[in-house]
Design a protein around this ligand. Sequence first.
Ligand SMILES: *Cc1c(COP(=O)(O)O)cnc(C)c1O
Length: 401
Amino acid sequence: MNPRDPFRWTIEAGQDLAAKGLLRMRRQVVPLPRGRCRLVTEQGESPVLWNFASNDYLGLAEDPRLNAAAEEATAECGTGARASALVTGRTIWHARLEQRLAEFKQTPAALLFPTGFAANVGTICGLVGPGDVVLCDRWNHASLVDGCRLSGAKLRVYPHGDVATVERELDKALDARRRLIVTDSLFSMDGDVAPLRELAHLAEQHDAMLLVDEAHATGVFGDRGTGLLEACGVESPHVIAVGTLSKALGSQGGFICGPKSVIDWLGNSARTQVYSTALTPGACGAALAALDIIDREPQRRTWLAERSAEIKRILTAAGWNVPSAVAGPIIPIIVGSNDHVTALAEALLHASCMVAAIRPPTVPRDTARLRISLNFAGGEGGITTLLDALKFANRPPRSTP
Ligand SMILES: *Cc1c(COP(=O)(O)O)cnc(C)c1O
């Protein structure tokens, strides 16, 4: 170790993570058809695994129709967008996709961002600043938390789903310039749903804005597949929705949907949009094809709803700790200790199932968990293999927190 290396502290920081069982490896993966993959390690490639650790719920990332659409857009406009949207980066594919997203979500307008993360940070910072108050669910996604912090608004973190605290904080914030409530719709580590109707109602009563992040719900919930706002019947001028093209839509990028004035304002002011290169035309093409499939093939989301309810029932009956609020294709099994969850994930790998072991700081201490994400492309074959493997796995005691 060079004592003058200014980065020498990173060596200790890494050793420290390893000692706590928290060091994560950046894996290399070979995606395979039917929701499967291989892991590439120093020892070579793993056997074929069912991938229960992707966000490709509808199996669209491997759909040849998305490939074809991406190729068409790429052939027409090239691989890169060349500039930010406000300069020369916004092609006909971007314009079409924005219009299509607005129609899909039944809002007046939509705006693309480079990623869902950028959409959240840029939107929150565009909506509130010093002199405002932002209310953030304790379990919100990191991108929402970072957006809240970066905005400079007064940040109030409320206990998960706690509508009473939101109401109290809104009452106290009536003198602030603006009030913004920020929430995931489907929570990504717990698989449960925010009290969207109650939050929208509170926003209406308190002249507040409500930002709902539908990253894991878009394409999955609702009769038309638009998300949990649709499924919960929330229609309010106080709500704007964020989404990603990178999960169920099988592409890449983020977007927001809302009133035209909001979209125009954010298109002028959201720094992650204005100062970042527009999406690749190929990503827009693929997302357009995904939206067509979501319209025409509702059986994909119906399958997810039915199978997730069934799996939750089977695992709970078998004594696994699956939170009762789980409502969709993200099914966590709370295990408790970091070592135990790592051992379980390892055992599942040997049984050909790739399941994420989620540990702190992503989730609270002592709530390390397996996180099963369903994939339509993996179908029944994957599920049977997983449930069989869990029958023989070493279950934690029921009292685990
Ligand atoms: C994944 C995720 C994002 C980020 O979306 P990307 O397009 O992957 O950057 C934002 N919010 C939530 C809740 C997410 O799960």
